[in-house]
Design a protein around this ligand. Structure first.
Ligand code: NAD
Length: 734
């Protein structure tokens, strides 16, 4: 396999083309690095070569590094994983530094060969770090292209020189959004920010890069940091301005990460310490911090869930064998909040959509919701008016069920009422082709029951979206007792078309995500009732990496929905219902009209514009803060275990069939502490034995809901881990 090809043109420019076979986007592998190194040696060693252009044979430049490399580097190093990783990283630095120095005399800085990068499209991670080592970066004017360093999003940081080079190029302050937030930019914005040098017409990309290479002087190819008297832009840490930047950045990082993301802190340390020393030493510091991050179990867990496993699920890891089930024409019934969102994301993905509601006005309202979202895109210059018109043109809004003729998939999103859903199913199926798949977006009703209204339970399935549909990336696919493989494949192919992440679960009360999230909010509410300070509850959650505390989350979802779910659950469970203590609080707030964010009043107080002001003082009037408050860790364990144990039970029960899905869905669906890699990731980090010990303690104090499930006890007794036992070894980056 050849990832890089070398072509010496008549004008003396060696063009190195990156084009990984059988991949739609280039990804850097270890072999790829070796090939690139050989190409560079060849160009630098050949006197007839005047300069080099590195470009791509695809319409993008590169999507990043194959993160499996890191797992392999570590594994191969045997007893000394840190040593193995550091050596591997320094080798990468060596190759990129060779490009940057380009054979010049280190003293006179003369005699090097100009090397330009020519990016036809997207350049992410190492796909931007490699150009950063070149002397000039050209990008094709392609507004869809994304340029940047998203590593922080999967729990690492740019470790192939990106951190050191971007911070020296832009200064720590200007570099912060790109390094600390993983901000991506289109080529024009990247140029404005100083990340790239020139944006050119796509058909001129190579010519312009070559012309620059042929005209570049010795001076043009010396990086600022290799010149005498280099001054760190914005000031290094001991400069008064630089000092302020680092103090601010440090506070911002801690405010945002609450100290649970090792990568952000390590990144900041690499920038700070690197700024105090010469460039090559800074690279070494970057490599050391990067090694420490890679060795942190949180990083492996995040890479595993947010990169490797997420991608595997999106590519259909759990798709049954069936011919391609791509959706051609989609019917959406119910043009309310969810239906309108589903219609929008589908039309955006190029699918023709029929959007049905009870009357024309309601259907039009759903289409108008899509128009509103598209307008936002236009005003932010993400799309043009013409593109908006094209997407909207794919949505036909009508009350006429006959328009469903020819639809190969229907997603029903009418009221959460079994009778209304049954009527809708029968009415729709009268117009659908015999082989169409019928899906329901219900959040609480059993799929197997709803399937009874369908002419074919085999072709009936749950496709559960989360709100708001255009933002939430998770889609839960639920198999009823008789749902067939083709329906599952259809749902998975649909989710892939709309570029979201699917999980496939079996039918059970609240499926997977809502089943785990309810115990979390309930536990928080229970603590409030028992006199735990509300601020302690909320902060404990955030300090352990939950994006929202349980009380805030309940406000966001709405108190009346919580009350409705509580009543339905109680009716279904009878005496076994465990949450009366929670209901006392929820029903009280409901009675007070404090229905959450939408009512500008809930657990929190809001101003008249809807801005959240703080926890509502009335809470502690009714539930006074007890004199004895629990330890922070105790509150955190309760909040985490409430979710995690439910995830383990869902897996024990066979609702969840793959722990990878359990972890990915927890992070994407309800923001479960991403640093942990998900509930199973967290259990593997702390170890099953420790988890059992925590559960035993909680059970003794707070009751049976914290009883360690048998599966957890068994894993602890045998010294196993969840991923060791249930995760495909190849998927395990740990
Ligand atoms: P909604 O009230 O905003 O919308 C329901 C729409 O269905 C309304 O526009 C209504 O006019 C229409 N409708 C009702 N009966 C109809 C019929 N017989 N034919 C055609 N249209 C009909 O509700 P929503 O929040 O969009 O929820 C819809 C479904 O999605 C429910 O099953 C709900 O449980 C589920 N769901 C909701 C959420 C959420 O966060 N809101 C999340 C996941 C799933």
């Amino acid at each position: 396999m050849t990832d890089f090809t070398y072509d010496l043109h008549d004008d003396g420019v060696a063009v190195i083309i990156w084009d990984v076979p059988n991949k739609s986007m280039n990804v850097m592998s270890r072999d790829g690095f070796a090939e690139l190194d050989a190409c560079i040696d060849r160009a630098l060693g050949d006197d007839t070569v005047k300069g080099v252009v590195i470009t791509s044979g695809k319409d993008s430049f590169a999507g990043g590094m194959d993160l499996n490399i890191i797992a392999r580097m570590r594994a191969e190093a045997g007893d000394d994983p840190a040593g193995g990783l550091l050596a591997g990283l320094m080798q990468i630095h060596g190759i990129l530094r060779k490009i940057e120095r380009a054979g010049m005399d280190p003293k006179t800085l003369k005699g090097g060969k100009p090397i330009a990068a020519a990016l036809p499209g997207t350049a992410l991670g190492i796909g931007y770090e490699l150009p950063l080592a070149c002397h000039r970066i050209f990008a094709a004017d392609n507004p869809k292209a994304k340029i940047g360093l998203p590593e922080i999003m999967v729990g690492i940081f740019p470790g192939a020189g990106g951190t050191t080079r971007v911070s020296r190029k832009l200064g720590a302050m200007a570099a912060a959004p790109f390094l600390l937030e993983g901000k991506l930019s289109d080529p024009k914005k990247a140029q404005q920010a100083g990340l790239i040098d020139e944006v050119v017409a796509p058909d001129e990309l190579l010519d312009k890069a070559k012309a620059w290479v042929l005209s570049a002087t010795d001076k043009d190819i010396v990086k600022p940091w290799d010149q005498k008297g280099f001054k760190y832009p914005g000031g290094a840490p001991y400069h008064p301005a630089g000092f302020m930047t680092f103090v601010g950045a440090s506070a911002m990082v801690h405010g945002k990460t609450k100290g649970v993301y090792p990568a952000a802190k390590a990144l900041l340390s690499a920038v700070y310490e690197g700024a105090l020393v010469p460039f090559d030493t800074a690279l070494k510091i970057e490599a050391r911090w990067f090694t420490s991050v890679l060795l942190n179990p949180s990083s492996s867990a995040m890479i595993r869930s947010l990169f490797i496993n997420k991608e595997a699920l999106e590519k259909g890891a759990n798709r049954p064998e069936a011919p391609d089930q791509k959706v051609r024409k989609l019917g959406v019934i119910g043009a309310g909040m969810m239906g309108a969102g589903i219609a929008y994301v589908s039309a955006n993905a190029g699918i023709e959509v029929v959007l049905i509601d009870r009357d024309q006005a309601a259907a039009d309202k759903g289409r108008a919701h899509a128009a509103g979202l598209l307008d936002k895109g236009v005003s932010r210059r993400k799309i043009t008016e013409a593109q908006k018109a094209e997407v909207l043109g794919r949505i036909t809004a009508t009350p006429d069920y006959a328009a469903l003729d020819g639809c190969d998939l229907v997603v029903e999103a009418v009221f959460e009422d079994p009778k209304v859903k049954a009527e809708t199913t029968a009415k729709a199926e009268a117009h659908l082709p015999q082989d169409a798949i019928f899906a329901t977006n219900t959040s609480t009703l059993p799929i197997t029951e709803l399937a009874k209204a369908s002419r074919s339970a085999e072709q009936f399935i749950g496709i559960h979206f989360f709100s708001p549909v255009d933002k939430m990336m998770l889609v839960e696919i639920i198999k009823g007792a008789q749902t067939g493989d083709r329906a599952v494949a259809k749902a998975l192919d649909f989710v892939r078309q709309i570029r979201k992440t699917p999980i496939v679960v079996n039918d059970a009360r609240y499926f997977y995500a809502n089943r785990c999230i309810l115990p979390y909010t309930n536990e928080g509410i229970r603590m409030l009732r028992d006199g735990v300070a509300p601020a302690l509850i909320e902060n404990a959650a955030k300090l352990v990496g939950m994006p929202l505390g349980p009380l805030q989350l309940t406000d966001e979802v709405s108190i009346d929905l919580g009350a409705k779910i509580a009543r339905a659950t109680k009716a279904a469970m009878g005496d076994a219902y465990p949450d009366d203590a929670v209901d006392e609080v929820v029903f009280w707030l409901e009675g007070e009209g404090r229905l959450g964010r939408k009512a500008n009043a809930g657990f929190y107080a809001y101003d008249e514009k809807g801005k959240r002001e703080g926890l509502w003082a009335g809470l502690t009037k009714r539930y006074p803060i007890a004199d004895a408050q629990p330890e922070l860790a105790d509150v955190q364990h309760r909040l985490l275990m409430a979710q995690v144990l439910e995830a383990v039970r869902a897996f024990e029960d066979g609702v969840l069939m793959d722990i990878r899905e359990g972890d990915v869905a927890a992070i994407l669906g309800w923001g479960f502490a991403p640093w942990s890699g998900g509930p199973f990731g967290w259990l593997d980090i702390i170890g099953a034995a420790k988890a059992v010990e925590i559960c035993d303690g909680l059970e003794a104090t707070y009751g049976a809901r914290f009883k360690a499930p048998d599966l957890l006890r068994d894993i602890a007794a045998k010294g196993d881990s969840f991923y060791g036992r249930f995760g495909p070894a190849s998927q395990d980056a740990a």
